[in-house]
Design a binder for this molecule. Structure first.
Ligand SMILES: [Zn+2]
Length: 131
């Protein structure tokens, strides 16, 4: 499933940012998804629970921000909505090749919770046998 690999990329990015901020937990992950990005929100939500399992984002909320597709018509010099990805200008009928938005698939923001002390499951070096 295509959504799984997408979510894995989101997870890696989220965990990296959380690590950089010293967060102990990711509370929410907000994504921007264009209507033409070619992903199913339902499939994304499923992939989310699968790939976040066992990470500090395991209990995070997934917030999906839908981005409608918009094309730009050069001759009319104005943007117009293209919900189906059909970039035919409703005013002059020209086919626009300029898609302004609608293909987004990006990590918009994270809600983090600060870590409290050392992580509980940190591997303990003492567990190794000492000569
Ligand atoms: Zn036009």
């Amino acid at each position: 499933m295509h959504e799984l690999s997408l979510m894995e990329a989101v997870r890696d990015q989220a965990l990296e940012q959380a690590g950089r901020h010293g967060a102990g937990r990711i509370v929410a992950i907000r994504l921007r998804i264009g209507s033409l990005a070619g992903v199913e929100p339902e499939a994304l939500r499923f992939a989310f629970t699968v790939v976040m399992e066992g990470t500090i984002a395991e209990e995070a909320r997934l917030v999906i921000e839908a981005v409608p597709a918009v094309c730009f018509c050069g001759p009319c010099a104005q943007p117009f909505p293209a919900p189906e990805g059909n970039c035919e200008c409703p005013l002059c009928g020209a086919i626009s090749l300029e898609l302004l938005q609608g293909r987004e698939l990006e990590l918009r923001s994270l809600e983090l919770e600060e870590g409290s002390g050392p992580p509980a499951e940190a591997p303990s070096p003492a567990a190794k046998d000492i000569p």
